[in-house]
Design a protein around this ligand. Structure first.
Ligand code: AMP
Ligand code: ZN
Length: 507
């Protein structure tokens, strides 16, 4: 077996992966903050780590994969640690308990992960379920002299830490640069240094989520949750820590400082970061308001409005967005994400998705053909060589983009053998089936879409066509036709709901 190389953000280069305690591997990935629906950008990051997880399993590692759920402590403006708690704010606006907000979006998140065929992690810890661990870790950092308490808040002392450690080791930025890039913020005069960040925050009277601590009632900072939970489940030093690149300068930089401040050891050997999904070149993010939700793309995602998992946006959308001519299947979108290497940006557009859908269909058609192609006594193709190239692609920092190019060579061979232009022995045909099983299904995590999936996509298109005709009828004041369409759809079991943003349907 060839060694696996992965790009380590710490060293800014690829290096050979060596597990601390093989065959075990500890993998931690920063999970979502569940104050709204996860968007396609979040899904890109979780898909990329799903492929890494699957590949590590495939080559024989026993992986403990921890992906947390942030349900407390993530502020609106996290870099400046200002604003309201994101979940607390939603709870206030919707007049719900914060845990009702988290519960609602957890359902949606899990449904989206499973539609994308993303394997569940081994442990999915929540920040609010680990308050004790976060308090203990904060106390230990204070005891080690790297944090101080001021009026119920506890801050990490970055200047003190920097005397003996390189605070900017992950981002490659020196302290002076970082200081110059940080503003003085109102209300934070009690901090000793501008780069100091909160481990524990005092709760204002109106703050909903609050716990007792040695420093009074409050709640943990966002960064300490990942330090405390990764340490608890994976140990003081573990193998791989991942997340999106946007987390490097603050969240992950502070995680390293906290772990060293607490335990004196660097927490992670390999830091792995995925690049952003963009829209017209701009990062897709909830704060910029340019997000796409899976429910806007998938026609198969039919959540009843009254189901506990249905967030209002999911119930409303259902595979319809003005930017997209049609709905896409989750597997076509997954395939789209894998066509670009995880460390490059990936721009989201109708054209790019359509091209990926075609590619995905070609790959799956060839698999069907593979079941019936004739065997010869000799082979004109080097199938073993292709298999080796597939492994080489994955061993080169999980390069799915190169892997897909190799798989399209497989498609060519299948089609040309089917056309009797090339020959394959039965052993080679069997090896091609193994290549599909390993690389397409097990590692890339693609699924053959069932007839049922396809029927749902077609049904969605047909109903939207009928709804368009009904709309035209309404515009032409032909109400008898528009009512007839609605009534007949109703008696066929399809309920239509008219809203400001058009009509939606459910069965
Ligand atoms: P959040 O819920 O915002 O804390 O993000 C959860 C994960 O999604 C983090 O690892 C982020 O780095 C990642 N993420 C957020 N936006 C994007 C994006 N546009 N493209 C790829 N990953 C993203
Ligand atoms: Zn994290």
């Amino acid at each position: 077996m060839q060694p696996l190389f992965l790009y380590n953000t710490l060293l800014r280069k690829k290096e050979e992966f060596k597990a601390i305690n093989p065959p075990f591997v500890g993998l931690y990935v920063c999970g979502p903050t569940l104050y709204s629906d996860v968007h396609i950008g979040n899904c890109r990051t979780f898909t990329s780590f799903d492929i890494m997880y699957r590949y590590l399993l495939h080559i024989g590692y026993k992986v403990r994969y921890v992906r947390n759920i942030t349900d407390v402590g993530h502020m609106e403006n996290e870099d400046a640690a200002t604003g309201e708690d994101r979940i607390g704010k939603q709870a206030r606006l919707k007049q719900l308990e914060p845990m009702e907000i988290v519960q609602r979006y957890s359902f949606g998140f899990r449904e989206v992960m499973s539609l994308f065929n993303i394997l569940p992690p081994s442990i999915e810890p929540t920040a609010s379920g680990h308050i004790i661990e976060q308090i203990e870790m904060t106390q230990k950092i204070i005891d080690q002299g790297y944090a101080y308490e001021k009026d119920g808040n506890v801050y990490f002392d970055v200047e003190k830490f920097s005397k003996t450690n390189n605070y900017g080791i992950l981002s490659g930025r020196n302290l002076e640069d970082q200081l110059n890039n940080t503003r003085d913020l109102d209300g934070q005069e009690e901090k000793k240094g501008r780069l100091d960040f909160a481990l524990w925050k005092k709760a204002k009277p109106e703050h909903i989520m609050r716990w007792n601590s040695p420093w009074g009632e409050g709640f943990p900072g966002w960064h300490i949750e990942c330090s405390a939970m990764s340490k608890k489940y994976l140990g003081e030093t573990f193998d791989i820590h991942g997340g999106g690149m946007d987390l490097i300068p603050t969240h992950h930089t502070n995680e390293i400082a906290q772990n060293i401040g607490c335990c004196g050891a660097a927490p992670v050997n390999y830091w792995v970061h995925t690049n952003m999904l963009t829209l017209n070149g701009q990062k897709m993010s909830r704060s910029l308001g340019n997000v796409f939700l899976p429910a806007e793309l998938f026609s198969g995602m039919k959540l009843a409005e009254d189901s506990p998992s249905a967030t209002p946006s999911q119930a409303k959308l259902n595979g319809k967005h003005p930017l997209f001519e049609k709905a896409f299947s989750p597997m076509a979108v997954r395939f789209f994400m894998m066509q670009t290497h995880y460390r490059s940006t990936l721009d989201f557009s109708n054209e790019a998705l359509q091209a990926s859908e075609k590619g995905f269909e070609r790959l799956m058609e060839a698999y069907k053909t593979l079941q019936t192609i004739p065997a010869s006594t000799t082979s004109s193709e080097d199938v073993k060589g292709i298999e080796a190239k597939c492994y080489a692609a994955m061993n080169d920092d999980f390069n799915t983009s190169v892997l897909i190019a190799e798989l399209f060579d497989v498609v060519k061979i299948i089609n040309s053998t089917n056309d009797r232009k090339t020959q394959l022995t039965q052993a080679d045909i069997d090896l091609l089936k193994t290549i599909y099983q390993h690389f397409v299904f097990d590692i890339m995590g693609l699924k053959i879409e069932t007839e049922n999936d396809k029927t749902t996509v077609v049904l969605d298109k047909v109903i939207h066509l009928v709804l368009d005709i009904r709309n035209d009828a309404k515009t032409n004041k032909n109400f008898s036709l528009s009512d007839k369409i609605r009534d007949n759809l109703n008696s066929a079991g399809v309920t239509i709901k008219d809203g400001k943003e058009g009509s939606s349907w459910k069965i």
